[in-house]
Design a binder for this molecule. Structure first.
Ligand code: AMP
Length: 422
């Protein structure tokens, strides 16, 4: 029998699962602290809801099928669409509505490194607050999520579609909206394709080389917020005020590590103003760890034009890959004992460790101390708590650190405080 999985679908093994659990805990704690309520949108939607965002062209990128009642349905490809659909139907919710969600999503993407057809996303959205403060809040939360899981080096790359649109209209002098959209689509591919490839591809679509070149040059406006704002001011772009307000709002919240980058425009059918992506400079192979921005159009499509919306979503697997194997939890204790009569003391210590949620195991009955020690290191434990007659008589256990080989007596009464630090 063929036991292989469908293309792009994989199992999450226990080591990776541990990392996912840590990321989820950090996310749950953080969203509570930022006063978001958590919910999970349905995993299946009608195809028409999934198409709301990008029309039937989305069909190619998602899993959809007919159910047994001949209804067209599809698997969710993100959490944003379901959350927006949910909020749109709940007229009784008072804005601002701050919602968080976490769950698996399915996409018919081309599988490659860090790109799967089934993966987990965390997601935060604020509905009904059109001010820059909600954009800043979403970025603040995202930035702190990465810090909390141990990724201190991430950079927030921020753009604003309104500024790019104004530039195309005023400086490149393109008036057709369709043409302007086409040009922004090209801009979004900077970094994924070479300039020559883009010029050629879009020339075939009717965008002149000179126009495209000018826009690609403008897309190179990147750097710290102050310097980008200065050059936008020189270019006389009025819509840059949004990025100016955002700089101040982020500064007041202590969010540093921000770069402005006008080539970031993201999904065209979706976003309307400020957009951003988070990247780990040390791991360019992973692409973006998170992306977001303002998308006032979607609530309108779901019949709630008065509800503005801004949010962010990030891939859990990409955080796990970025953290790497060294991040696996190390507060783990193997309780060993020198003679069978001491198993009862060992079990007592084990119960205390487990009550504190520390991953712990006890040496199996009848195994020599040497075998227990081998067992502890071969199964990846950080500490061995050794229960021995001599130590017990003086009120201690012996705590061995398998990482550096050191050992020291710890009082049986409060041995837990000695193994707690990860
Ligand atoms: P998006 O919903 O396309 O804006 O994606 C948000 C985030 O989800 C990205 O920044 C990635 O971290 C992650 N992501 C998107 N597509 C995939 C994929 N196929 N596999 C794994 N992670 C993904």
């Amino acid at each position: 029998m063929d036991l292989s999985l469908p293309r792009g679908i994989r199992d999450i093994d226990p080591d990776e699962y541990d990392l996912h659990a840590r990321i989820r805990t950090a996310f749950d704690e953080l969203v509570r602290a930022y006063n978001f309520r958590s919910m999970e949108p349905a995993p299946l939607e009608t195809l028409s809801v999934l198409r709301a965002k990008s029309g039937s062209q989305v069909d190619e990128q998602i899993y959809h099928f007919k159910d047994k009642g001949e209804r067209d349905i599809g698997l969710r490809f993100d959490l944003t669409v379901g959350m927006t659909r949910y909020v749109a139907g709940k007229k009784e919710l008072k804005p601002p509505i701050k919602l968080a969600s976490y769950g698996g999503v399915w996409r018919y993407d081309e599988p490659q490194h860090a790109r799967y057809r089934w993966f987990y996303q965390w997601d935060v959205e604020i509905f009904g607050d059109p001010t820059i403060d909600s954009d800043a809040e979403v970025m603040d939360l995202s930035y702190n999520l990465f810090k909390r899981v141990g990724l201190d080096e991430v950079i927030l790359h921020v753009g604003d579609r309104r500024v790019v649109e104004e530039y195309i209209r005023k400086s490149v002098k393109v008036t057709s909206e369709e043409r302007a959209n086409e040009m922004m689509r090209a801009l979004d591919k900077v970094g994924k394709k070479t300039e020559e490839e883009l010029l050629r591809e879009y020339e075939a679509k009717g965008v002149g080389r000179a126009e495209m070149k000018e826009l690609l040059e403008f897309g190179r406006t990147t750097g710290p917020p102050d310097s980008v704002l200065a050059s936008l001011g020189e270019a006389g772009l009025e819509s840059a005020t949004g990025l100016g307000e955002l700089r101040d709002a982020l500064r007041q919240r202590g969010v540093s590590n921000v770069q402005y980058n006008l080539s970031i425009v993201r999904g065209l059918d979706y976003y309307t103003a400020i957009v951003f992506e988070v990247k780990d400079g040390a791991r360019p192979d992973l692409g973006s760890l998170c992306g977001g921005g303002r998308y006032d159009v979607l609530p309108k499509l779901f019949g709630r034009p008065e509800l503005s919306a801004t949010g962010a979503a990030g891939g859990v697997e990409r955080i796990a890959l970025s953290l790497g194997p060294q991040a696996r939890p190390s507060a783990s204790v193997y309780v060993a004992y020198t003679e069978p009569a001491l198993l009862v003391n060992a079990l007592e210590a084990l119960a205390r460790l487990r009550a504190e949620g520390v991953r712990s195991e006890v040496g199996p009955r009848g195994k020599s101390l040497r075998k227990q020690m081998e067992d502890a290191s071969s199964t990846g434990f950080r500490w061995v708590l050794l229960v021995g007659r001599k130590e017990l008589d003086s009120g201690n256990f012996l705590l061995k650190d398998l990482k550096d080989g050191t050992e020291r007596p710890v009082p049986t009464k409060d041995f837990l405080s000695h193994v707690r630090p990860r």
